[in-house]
Design a protein around this ligand. Structure first.
Ligand SMILES: Nc1ncnc2c1ncn2[C@@H]1O[C@H](COP(=O)(O)OP(=O)(O)OP(=O)(O)O)[C@@H](O)[C@H]1O
Ligand SMILES: [Mg+2]
Length: 351
């Protein structure tokens, strides 16, 4: 069996050695964004990385490239590729491997009865997808090296994300013997092996997402799935001290009725932003209290739409050096270089 290379932990995003990571969380919290940033960050640390989208999922890969992504890994640059696994493609491949006759396998799989059967039995659909991920993670090249050091899966939102990882175990119990049992047991062992797989939970610094993240974490742990890291996404880094915010409020209260709307708006913004930071800090404390390790953090990027440059910046924030700078800034450190400059310096860039 091929051994996996060991990477320098100082370079690795979230301090995680490459493996297959399922990025999940509540709808809209930034799963695809974090998946794309994590893939970039692992690639930059030297890991051959595959970013995987699943059918029906909005796309992490489209944040990195306009290329159409299909069932075959599409290169997105050196050591980085993306693919999309659909249930039908995975079933076709499985049937081809079993039946050995491509035309027959394709005819069988496109048969609407089989299609309806697998759509109606989500256990088999999930087993097929997980089976494909297992085979990707185990694939070796002609020198016996793993083709992929890291696989990042942009996984479905909470609920289905839990189901996906649990499904192999459920199917294994339903079919204790036979070829399906063998496949289910192998895939189940894969999803529960912390050296080969793990979950990255994404949350937002708000009440409901934090509560749901803690619930989801408990559920996953109960199922024997490893939560490798939790990412608190979209944090505002406070630009104002309590005293400055209080001063802005006092000034705002004293403004004459005919004061410039721009000045009024600026003072309101100071209070609003500072208030949000205080609320977010409280949610961060609540989240960390429920975790074994404090959550990693990602800043809110001020942009109407995240572009490739934003993804590059987020991937740098995920590095240990980026996390250290961010944590210091969130703790109110005002000395030293700005967070952004320090992260770029840590990444070896010159400005
Ligand atoms: N750190 C961030 N700063 C600013 N905007 C962000 C950040 N993270 C995510 N977003 C934005 O939030 C929105 C939701 O992000 P994303 O699509 O990654 O979430 P998701 O969890 O994958 O959603 P879905 O459940 O629909 O798949 C997007 O518009 C994205 O650009
Ligand atoms: Mg998404």
């Amino acid at each position: 069996m091929a051994t996996r290379p060991h990477f320098d932990p100082e370079q690795l995003p979230l301090g995680l050695q490459p493996r297959t990571i399922f990025v999940t969380g509540k709808g809209g919290v930034g799963k695809s964004t974090v998946a794309a940033a994590l893939a970039l960050s692992w690639r930059d640390a030297g890991a051959r990385t595959l970013l995987v989208e699943l059918d029906g999922q909005a796309s992490a890969a489209s944040l990195l490239s306009p290329r159409t992504i299909g069932y075959e890994p599409t290169p997105l640059g050196e050591h980085l590729a993306a693919m999309r696994i659909t249930m039908l493609d995975a079933l076709k491949e499985y049937a081809r491997l079993r039946l050995k006759v491509k035309a027959l396998a394709d005819r069988l799989v496109s048969n609407p009865v089989i299609d309806q059967f697998t759509q109606a039995a989500p256990g088999f659909r999930d087993l097929l997808i997980l089976g494909k991920l297992w085979s990707l993670s185990a694939a070796t090249d002609n020198r016996g090296r793993h083709v992929w050091d890291a696989i990042v899966v942009d996984s479905p939102a909470t609920g289905h994300g839990v189901g996906l990882l649990n499904m192999a175990g459920v199917v294994a119990k339903m079919f204790p013997v036979g070829p399906i049992a063998t496949e289910a047991k192998r895939v189940d062992a894969f999803t529960r092996d912390p050296k080969r797989t793990g979950v990255v939970l994404v949350s937002l610094p708000e009440e409901l997402p934090v509560t749901e993240t803690l619930e989801l974490r408990d559920q996953l742990i109960e199922q024997g799935v490893t939560v490798a890291a939790t990412v608190l996404n979209g944090l505002l880094v406070d630009r104002f001290t309590d005293a400055e915010a209080a001063q802005a409020s006092a000034l705002e209260a004293q403004l004459p009725a005919d004061a410039s709307p721009a000045v009024r708006h600026a003072l309101e913004t100071v209070s609003w932003e500072h208030g949000r930071c205080v609320d977010q800090a409280a949610e961060r404390v609540r989240l960390d209290a429920g975790l074994d390790e404090p959550a990693c953090v990602l800043p809110y990027m001020f942009a109407p739409q995240l572009e490739r440059d934003h993804l590059t910046a987020l991937s740098q924030w995920l590095s240990p050096a980026g996390q250290e700078v961010l944590m210091r800034q969130l703790a109110g450190a005002s000395d030293g270089p700005s967070a952004a400059a320090a992260v770029h310096a840590a990444a070896g860039e010159t400005s």
